[in-house]
Design a protein around this ligand. Sequence first.
Ligand code: SF4
Length: 153
Amino acid sequence: MAFYHSKPLRFECTQCSQCCYGGKHAYVRVSKQEIENIFQFLKIGKEQFEHDYLVKLVDHGFGIKMKQSPLAKAMGKQGHCLLLNKDGHCSVYPVRPTQCRTYPFWPEILISEEKWNNEVTRCEGINQGDVVDVDFIDQQKKLSVEADIVIDE
Ligand code: SF4
């Protein structure tokens, strides 16, 4: 049984955008459906979106490119998602990919209480706010796993 079934987890997103930052070679995984949702939301052509924003991943599928910028530097990071706007907020929030929607309820973070608590160095919303429903956590974790697998469909 997962540890959070016996230990209630609290989480409240503060919209700090720290989860949009990462290393130079990090990426945000996107499915074909998510790609379509995003370029339509941005009202730009598919080819332009693919050229400007996407990177083909070595294993399978596509990711949103990361960008090195003064903003990332100021945050002490190597890069951030290319879809962050000048104010440091997600420019496609209503259609953001599953990888973003399900954070921080990813299997690798939920694997132990220690991992969950350590993630607070990245996500200030962890252990803040109300207790999150266990069924919701399980559902988010499942969606995150599925998004990693069913990426080319
Ligand atoms: S790092 Fe955590 S608190 Fe900050 S935007 Fe991401 S999920 Fe929300």
